[in-house]
Write a protein that binds this ligand. Sequence first.
Ligand code: HEM
Ligand code: HEM
Length: 197
Amino acid sequence: MTSPSAHPGTPFSPAAAVRRPPALIFLHWLTLALIAAVLGLVFVREGIDEKALRMTLINLHRSLGLCVALLVVVRIAVRLAKRPLPPTADASPLEHFVAMAVHLALYVLMFVLPLIGWALSSANGKAVSFFGLFVLPPLVEQDEDLGDVFAEYHEGAAWLLLGLVGAHAAAALAHHFIKRDGVLRAMLPVWLAGRRS
Ligand code: HEM
Ligand code: HEM
């Protein structure tokens, strides 16, 4: 027995091949790689004393972090252009709501977290250069106290992002290995998911 589809008018068919558009799949996994690199850079920097190297690492952190914000704008545009996407599993309205809420929170964080990083750099009087190609204008006036506040927000938002990504990834794996439905395969590239998915 299956429950009614969360998308009226688009009944879920377990036999149908439900796959997210390739552009969304590409942007999804590219963003994961970028976030891993952005976090890896600040953690590696923690253990380094040399000033020049620390500067290079934080500059790379800033540039790759800004890429996350840029990509989420492209991703939302693609998502809206491809609307409505068919459901990937037969979810209850509550499951559907929770998944949507987490996705929405992730979209917001992917944009807001880099902006807080930019504001924190500006408040501390640090120029934000995009891969050394050009320098972005300061987002706020220089103010060290404000810099401390933004630094706390930046760190808090990063932990929140990490927590939500953990829950989101665990849910995707539970769909795949416990419910054994097509949710994870819908987001995998064809060569990983197999042609039947
Ligand atoms: C997805 C994007 C980003 C993530 C997940 C992220 C995450 C983090 C984390 C976890 C830290 C260490 C926090 C701490 O130990 O205090 C950090 C530090 C920092 N981030 Fe980001 N960040 C991102 C984007 C950015 C961007 C776009 C900028 C600037 C344009 C930026 C500027 C900084 C700076 C300057 C620090 C050092 C703060 C300090 O030493 O007090 N970040 N970031
Ligand atoms: C190992 C890590 C991850 C796994 C296994 C995973 C898995 C998935 C799966 C299976 C979907 C499709 C759900 C559906 O549309 O029905 C999805 C969608 C989504 N994921 Fe992830 N994900 C991971 C990491 C991330 C990260 C790091 C982010 C962002 C910070 C993210 C953000 C999203 C968003 C916003 C969606 C909604 C559709 C879209 O915009 O492409 N995911 N994920």
